[in-house]
Every structure is written in C-alpha cells, then in structure tokens.
Write a protein that binds this ligand. Structure first.
Ligand code: ZN
Length: 284
C-alpha cells in the first residue's frame, strides 16, 4: 500500500509549498490537495510550477478535495457546482490528479432518502460523463455528521451502486464511517472495487453523532475500530493501492508542520502495516 497525505492535516500551520516539501522528504507517495490551499500557492507560483513539481519529484497528486454539497440544491447552485467541477477537471488534468472527491450536502433542511438518492445519482452520473474524457475518477465521500444528507457507508454505497459507472466510487473515511455508526456488516457485503479512496484517522471517544472533525486524532490513538475496518477491507477485495491520512485537529495546527507530517506517517504505518504491506519509496 502506498501512503498519501491530505493537506487538511496541516490546515493552519503549513503552506502547500511546505506540505509538498515535507511529504516528499518524509517518503509520502501521494498528496491530496484541499482546493482552499491553492489560492495562496498561486499568489507566488503557477499551476505549471505545481505540475512541474509533480513531474520532477516522487510525490504525485492523488486527488483534488472536495467538491462540496452538490446534491439537493437549487438549479442555480447546481449549475455553479457543475461549473466548478469542470474547472477542477482542467486543473486535475494539468496536475495529473487521479480523483476528484465530491461530498454530499450538509443542511438542516430535511430530505427523504429517495430524494437524496435521486439527486446524488443524477449529479454523480453527470460528473461521470464530464470526467470520462479526462481519465479522472469521481470519489464520493459520505460524511459521518447527523446533518449530512448521506452519512453512512450503507447509504453511500447504495448510491454508488445505483450510479453504476466504472469511474464513480466511494471514499471510505474511517472517521466518517465511525461518526454516524456505519456497520462492519454493511462493509462486509460491499464490493471492494467500488471503494476508490481510503482516508485513515482516529477519533476521541465522543458518542455517535456528537463526534466532529476537530476530534480526529492520530491513527491508533483513538477509539475507531481501524483493525476491524482494515481487515474487512481485505476480505472484500479492496485493492489496497493507497491510503491517505486526513486530520483536522486544531491541536496539531499548533505544532511544527514537519513534525505533524512525520507523526502522520509513523502513526498510519503502525496501523496499516498490520494489514497491508507498505511499499517504501526507493530513495528512502
Ligand atoms: Zn475524508
């Protein structure tokens, strides 16, 4: 399994330049870029500079994160979201991205399951059509939050099954899996090839539905049943090509960013290596 770093983990304490430098230095294979880090980078560089970085270093771009809140929106909002998606496809093509991550609507408004599913399927199929000529895949990430319209593995998986396209799959974020009490029995019944991306993290011991992104912590330091998730992923034939660490913990934003990136790698390796073989970059 190869190792990826999601730059959210150093949201407030590293620029994209620093993330890239330290990830390369500490032997990550891939990076997931949160698009809100890009404008600051582009004040001093161009997209061509970034493409050149990925061409000339070991580190490659895994995904662009995250196209937000796309389902059950007004027509105008939907058009804007599709426009953003098109722009990201161009950026992704230039940078060699493999995936664009899309996340469901989070809202206090109540929608019935059927209406959520219909809207998600329609939009994800449209993304699929748009992304196909670019060779970029769409990774749909359910969010383990009570007000997320798609908030369990089972619900997300059913949507991806219904979409039924080879370039649309799921992101399994262990935090989101835990956050609304997704069940291993549902994961066990899934086809592992429909899971495109795996986000690793852990969480403080708050009740289901209460735990939030800021409670994410180093893999192995919290209460998420990571061994249960990883061993089930193996059983269902998850390809195990890459796993990405993604934390949003304010405490870690106060640390030296290089230390965060080093600790990220060490803690994720401790958990993953019990289940998957980790390929170290040759220059390590
Ligand atoms: Zn995630």
């Amino acid at each position: 399994m190869k190792l990826a770093y999601n730059v959210a983990t150093t949201k407030e304490n590293a620029t994209l330049e620093q993330d890239l430098e330290f990830c390369e230095k500490h032997g990550f294979d891939y990076v997931e870029i949160q698009m809100w880090k890009l404008p600051a980078y582009l004040e001093k560089h161009t997209l061509d500079d970034l493409a050149e970085f990925f061409r000339t270093n070991h580190l490659k771009l895994l995904s662009l994160n995250a196209l937000e809140f796309f389902n059950n929106r007004s027509k105008e909002d939907e058009e804007q979201i599709i426009q953003t998606f098109k722009e990201w496809l161009e950026i992704g093509k230039k940078l060699g991205a493999q995936y664009i991550v899309a996340v469901p609507n989070i809202t206090e408004e109540k929608f019935l399951h059927k209406d959520i599913k219909d809207s998600c399927v329609e939009l994800l199929r449209e993304f699929s059509d748009l992304a196909r000529p670019y060779g970029i895949k769409v990774a749909f990430e359910f969010i383990g939050h009570p007000q997320a319209t798609v908030n369990t593995f089972k619900q997300g998986y059913e949507i991806v099954q219904e979409v039924n396209r080879d370039n649309v799959g799921l992101v399994l974020d262990c935090f989101h899996f835990h956050g609304m009490g997704s069940r291993l029995v549902d994961l066990k019944q899934a086809d592992g090839s429909k899971i495109f991306l795996l986000h690793i993290d852990d969480a403080d011991d708050y009740p289901i539905g209460i735990v939030r992104d800021e409670d994410r912590c180093w893999p192995g330091h919290g209460v998420i049943d990571l061994d249960g998730i990883f061993s089930t992923l193996k059983e269902i034939g998850f390809h195990g090509e890459v796993c990405s660490i993604e934390l949003f913990r304010p405490e870690y934003y106060k640390m030296n960013p290089e230390e965060v990136i080093k600790s990220s790698k060490e803690t994720m390796v401790d958990v993953i290596s019990k289940h998957y073989e980790i390929e170290e970059p040759i220059n390590q």
